[in-house]
Write a protein that binds this ligand. Structure first.
Ligand SMILES: Cc1ncc(COP(=O)(O)O)c(C=O)c1O
Length: 318
């Protein structure tokens, strides 16, 4: 059984949405967005897939819950907090911050869901993948399953690999695209599909292709995939007024994206079409990986206006 009763709460429903853009029209390209929704709004997009096998392991191995890592505005932390709360599990998060600011809406949400938050300064946070550090964390929380940052692990990619992103309502996609940060989502897409896959990096990280490679099954070695690093701009979390304007233009057609992940990657995809780097006549499938909760953090830091928050989050949509 793919979804046992334990994890029914995070079983997603798939929804396709066509994207219109003058560049796509000019180049005769179809672009379909694939959404995944669960009953828990914070556990949409790639989150429900990346958490599936981790949470199954928690339940089947008798762990009391989960310990994980993330930034102070992390979508992953919200997803872990919400799913653990709904499943009656404990959750603990090591947060990349000097001091926990509970006026931050992401951390406030996590705390409301019962997640225990522990601040880790940037120096110590950088050690999060080192074996000695991981051993220390698991020793401190022997009753909890450790999930790596972003849920990117073999178990996370396995969940993603089960999603059929290739069968768009208009027929098979020629290329599947997604926003890429820690790499687990792209690796899962490659493992689960035969068509080409392209990760648009939203972070500046030269090691990203090798991190993706590590999560790709040996049997998939011949598959065609790549990471495009040309749209990360100044790096993770940075965006300019053009990108914000793009997100607004998408919201006007009820395509809701934010400028950290999905908006940055979707704008990059359209730029690649404009630059003729994607063959004219192609059919594209873009995985909407979720993350709209991040808009609250952007608003909290005054990086977007209240009007943009309402527009981009769809709260003004009917
Ligand atoms: C909304 C959103 N999109 C894309 C990604 C990138 O996924 P990955 O870290 O698997 O590359 C993340 C991070 O998990 C995310 O929160």
């Amino acid at each position: 059984m793919l979804y046992s009763s334990d994890i029914q709460l995070i079983k997603p429903k798939k929804r396709w949405q066509a994207v219109n853009h003058s560049v796509l029209q000019q180049k005769n390209i179809q672009l379909w967005l694939c959404h995944l929704d669960t009953g828990l709004p914070e556990v949409s997009g790639n989150k429900c897939l990346k958490l599936k096998y981790h949470l199954l392991q928690v339940v089947q191995s008798g762990f009391a819950g989960v310990v994980t890592f993330g930034g102070a505005y992390s979508n992953h932390l919200c997803a872990v907090a919400a799913s653990c709360h709904a499943m009656g599990l404990k959750s603990v998060a090591y947060v990349r911050t000097d001091e926990l600011d509970i006026t931050n809406p992401t951390l406030a949400f996590c705390q409301q869901q019962g997640m225990r938050l522990i601040a880790l300064d940037r120096g110590r946070y950088r050690q999060r993948s080192e074996p000695a550090f991981i051993t220390g964390i698991t020793a401190s929380h022997p009753d909890l399953l450790l999930i790596p940052e972003g849920g990117s692990s073999a178990a996370g990619s396995l969940g993603v690999s089960e999603l059929d992103l290739a069968s768009t309502p208009d027929g098979n996609a020629d290329l599947i695209l997604c926003a890429t940060a820690s790499g687990g989502t792209l690796a899962g897409i490659v493992n689960g599909h035969d068509c080409n896959a392209l990760g648009i990096a939203v972070v500046r990280d030269a090691s990203l292709p090798s991190r993706v490679q590590q999560l790709i099954n040996k049997t998939c070695a011949e598959k065609q995939w790549r990471v495009d690093g040309s749209f990360a701009g100044k790096g993770y979390g940075h965006f300019d007024s053009n990108l914000l304007a793009f997100c607004r233009s998408m919201a006007a057609q009820k395509v809701y994206v934010e400028p950290i992940y999905t908006g940055k990657a979707l704008a990059g995809a359209i730029k690649l079409v404009e630059q003729d780097q994607i063959p004219s006549g192609s059919r594209l499938s873009f995985f909407h990986t979720g993350g709209l909760q991040g808009l609250q953090g952007l608003r909290h830091r005054n990086l977007i206006t209240a009007a943009d928050f309402a527009l981009l989050s769809g709260s003004m949509a009917d």
